[in-house]
Design a binder for this molecule. Structure first.
Ligand code: SF4
Ligand SMILES: [Zn+2]
Length: 368
């Protein structure tokens, strides 16, 4: 009953937020304002390579517009919330693509991945029309050094025929579908994250992907480290268990996203009231060690936001050192000796937090 009440509050809060954003968007920023791209060294399936990231504006995540969206996500606030025609979307994509090709040594890299973010579901034709999807994939197919194309989608937009069609446009490349599983705990996912994905829908979707044999199509799971209303200890346990579950159901790679508090979200609301803190970086290290040792699956721990006021934190002495060690662990896909042995005086505070968070029944970190 209490959980249902929380869930209702989540929806009311989020829908109100979107309505007011929609009003505020009357300021009409140019669509290009919402696009972005960058590139850096990155871990691909088979080697260390190079990844180009492209963020495209869309009319906004359908799930957020219909249901209020996920409790940690502010993407809807970063979307233009207006209808965008195919020609505009194609022009914006081409601009970002040309920009990356001209400013990076694209041709000098043997193995390149492209990650497309649309702040929603790439496969939902209401968000990204088929004509635009096809234009983008046809463009990628011209480059032999692109080995992986990664897009994101909720399970309800993933079906065998449309996947096969898209994969046929890039027949020699890996097409990876990133799905926001967030956690294997269905109650957490439905009631604390408001994700709207059941375990069954996720499992069916992974099966649909794995049943495609003509092309190399793979499922990736995004896992959120420390959703709202979870203690530090429970957050670690759920994250580790989620990797086991993802591997068991046929996911080929996982990406952990440790929570950063984004403005305007329910997470932000709780954080401002002192009822939520992002995870410790020590918790992320613990997850890396457990998963690399005991779950045989390629895994990345995203370090965006580490050491910032709203992001995962330890102490000023070790935040950036650990961030660099985690990036190195991502590239090598191993627990490096430096990461294994790293220590800092703040570790005792983290251990105390784990020990007492159950007793204090808190999702924040006691400071002393
Ligand atoms: S996390 Fe994804 S599905 Fe959830 S609101 Fe954000 S964009 Fe939409
Ligand atoms: Zn420290």
């Amino acid at each position: 009953m209490q959980v249902q009440l929380i869930n209702r509050k989540i929806r009311e809060h989020s829908i109100e937020r979107i309505k007011s954003k929609r009003e505020a968007k009357k300021d009409k920023k140019p669509l290009d304002f919402y696009a972005a791209s960058w590139a850096n060294e990155d871990r691909l399936y088979d080697c260390v390579g190079y990844t180009i990231f492209i963020v495209l504006p869309t009319s906004g995540c359908q799930w957020a517009k219909d249901s209020g969206g996920c409790t940690m996500c502010s993407y809807i606030a970063d979307s233009p919330l207006v209808d965008i025609g195919c020609d505009d979307l194609i022009r914006i994509f081409d601009d970002q693509w040309d920009k990356q090709l001209s400013k990076t040594d694209f041709g000098g890299h043997e193995s390149v991945a492209v990650k497309l973010f649309v702040s929603g579901s790439f496969l939902n034709e209401n968000e990204v029309p088929l004509k635009v999807q096809e234009h983008i994939f046809n463009k990628f197919n011209k480059y032999d050094n692109i080995k992986e194309v990664i897009v994101e989608s909720k399970p309800e937009y993933i079906n065998s025929n449309s996947l096969k069609h898209l994969a046929s446009l890039i027949p020699d490349k890996i097409l990876e579908l990133g799905i926001g599983l967030e956690t294997s705990n269905e109650q957490t996912r439905l009631n604390k994250i408001n994700k709207g994905i059941t375990n069954k829908s996720f499992e069916d979707c992974v099966k649909t992907i794995n049943d495609i044999t003509e092309y190399d199509v793979r499922a990736k799971a995004y896992l959120l480290v420390k959703p709202i209303l979870l203690s530090e200890r429970d957050a670690i346990a759920e994250s580790i268990e989620s990797a086991r579950y993802a591997k068991k159901v046929g996911v080929k790679r996982i990406a952990y996203c440790p929570a950063t508090v984004h403005a305007g979200t329910l997470m932000d609301n709780l954080w401002k009231k002192g009822s939520y803190n992002p995870p410790w970086i020590w918790s992320c290290v613990e997850i890396i060690k457990e998963v690399r040792r005991n779950v045989d699956i390629p895994m990345i721990m995203d370090t965006a936001g580490f050491g910032t006021r709203r992001g995962p934190f330890n102490c000023k002495k070790c935040n950036s050192k650990l961030k660099n060690l985690i990036i190195e662990s991502n590239l090598k896909q191993e627990i490096t000796p430096e990461l294994e042995e790293f220590s800092c005086e703040c570790k005792d505070k983290w251990l105390a937090d784990l020990e007492f968070s159950d007793i204090l029944n808190t999702t924040t970190n006691p400071k002393n």
